[in-house]
Design a protein. Sequence first.
Length: 153
Amino acid sequence: MDLYALLQAVQAQTSVFTAFGGHAAAAGFSLPADRINDLRSAWATVAQGIEWEPPHIDVDAPLHVHELTPQFIADLKRLEPFGQANPEPIFFLRDVQIGDVQTMGAKQQHLRARVKEGTGRSYSLVAFGEGERIAQWLELLLGYRGGHNESRV
């Protein structure tokens, strides 16, 4: 995903800050409390002038659900640690349908669903913290980051 140059946004408002610094992906600053509304107004104007593109995900490789085995997860772990110089691989799950999407949890903050492969096999899926986004999950292109979670629902 492309980043908006944060430091550039901060540098455009130097008159508001007492100190600032950073780089394209992170920035920090100090300003008097009575200048917060000035900053809000200035950044609202800047944000209106930015041509935003829809977010996109760069996928590393396609997978079938049945390929997500414990051995596959172990092999992915050998590639760690992940970070800016070694990004975590993202896989596209092919030939799947998502169904039976439901919220769960004390505050309905999680989602549970069934993922059905083209072969007819079906698997349980849990998405922690995604309860508020149930509508988006009903029209979803599945991407997967390798990981394993020992939890029972």
